[in-house]
Design a protein around this ligand. Structure first.
Ligand code: M6R
Length: 357
């Protein structure tokens, strides 16, 4: 039930700190470390390459997951959109392991891939919010998101739960493979939960950003580099699906290869700057679009901020920034849709779970 909330989406955004804490609880072992079943870790260890398969928001979580699996556990990982993979399969490695990410566990495009790879004799792990869902039943292993029911069509708390579970999985695989990660996930995810709470308490600021940038615009761009680019893709999807504003996410460095031609006077450009290694270069990209008339809105992280930034999120571990930087984008999309009188929880032409191919 949505209780006193006007929309499920807002309630589900607000639930994210609680979901973080639930995930910590659910995955904590006796040593108070976050862990996954040993058979899942063994399956990852035995694989020479991981193939993440998903759609929409879950695909965006997969992109972040690839960073975790490669940087922490050093396992080569590919991320694919299910509807493409099924008809256009890449050359597979010798010992692949498939990881399906699906909030509902019922997405037909993802299931089509699962059926195919099971026929080929490969193993699969499903990361889902719904115990007993089709993708969970048909895979060899399951990891649950513990996000509670997600009702709004726009996925919010499932995304942050997916990213967290992927971090836990990558960390567990790294430990099992004897790699030093220097990452205390219980501690870091606790910091994340607090940071999310602070962002959920700053709703007025995000409502104002939506008012200032998005009330009448036809389009909006999201830019970022490295992991921020992936969060930008998710921010753009959130905005387009509920506010019907044409929104696209781009890698900051790609702008000059074509996209910058779209910039006109007043074009809103949401820029994420949470990564030290690309802080200067993304700010360079912001200057490039501003010089062509864009209206940039920089969301940065404490420690990397500069005076032009519109909002500074609290500092968190550099790998885990998507868990916090996505929250402003969710709230900005929510308020943009609200201001434009859109049906926030049930956007046109969309269903919560897409059970047809
Ligand atoms: O249930 P799933 O995670 O498999 O769903 C995948 C997509 O259909 C879903 O994430 C969709 O993109 C959302 N509406 C995004 O907010």
């Amino acid at each position: 039930e949505k209780g006193t909330y006007p929309h499920y989406m807002l309630k589900e955004i607000d639930e994210q700190p609680l979901v973080m804490r639930k995930i910590i609880q659910a995955y904590q072992n006796e040593q108070e470390q976050l862990a996954v079943d040993s058979e899942i870790v063994e399956a990852l260890k035995a694989a020479d390459r991981l193939y993440i398969i998903a759609c929409g928001t879950s695909y965006h979580a997969g992109l972040v997951g690839k960073q975790y699996l490669e940087s922490l556990a050093k396992i080569p990982t590919e991320v694919h959109v299910a509807s493409e993979f099924v008809y256009n399969m890449p050359l597979l490695s010798k010992n692949p392991l498939f990881i399906f990410i699906s909030q509902s566990g019922e997405t037909a495009d993802s299931r089509a891939v699962l059926v195919k790879v099971k026929e080929m004799g490969y193993q699969a792990l499903t990361i889902t919010n719904v115990q007993g869902s089709t993708l969970s039943r048909e895979a060899d292993y399951t990891l649950l998101l513990h996000a509670g029911p997600e009702i709004a069509v726009a996925s919010t708390k499932a995304y942050t739960a997916q990213v967290s579970v992927l971090a836990i999985l990558a960390h567990a695989a790294a430990e099992a493979l004897g790699m030093k990660t220097n990452l205390n996930l219980v501690h870091e995810l606790g910091i994340i939960a607090n940071a999310m709470e602070m962002l959920c308490d700053a709703k007025d600021e995000f409502e104002q950003i939506a008012r200032d940038y998005l009330t009448t615009t036809r389009n909006c761009f999201f830019i970022g580099r490295a992991i921020d680019y992936y969060v930008g893709l998710e921010g753009a999807l959130k905005l387009k699906e509920i506010s019907y504003i044409q929104a696209e996410g781009f890698a900051g460095g790609e702008l000059k290869h074509g996209t910058i031609a779209l910039i006109e006077d007043g074009t809103p450009v949401m820029a994420l700057a949470t990564q030290e290694k690309v802080n200067l270069s993304i700010r360079g990209n912001v200057k490039e679009v501003a010089a062509r008339g864009a209206n940039p809105c920089i969301i940065s992280m404490k420690g990397l901020e500069s005076e032009d930034d519109r909002f500074v999120i609290p500092a968190v571990h550099e790998l885990l920034t998507p868990l916090v930087s996505v929250v402003p984008l969710q709230l900005i999309a929510y308020y943009a849709a609200l201001h434009r009188d859109c049906d926030v929880d049930k956007p046109r032409n969309l269903a919560k779970s897409v059970t047809v191919e």
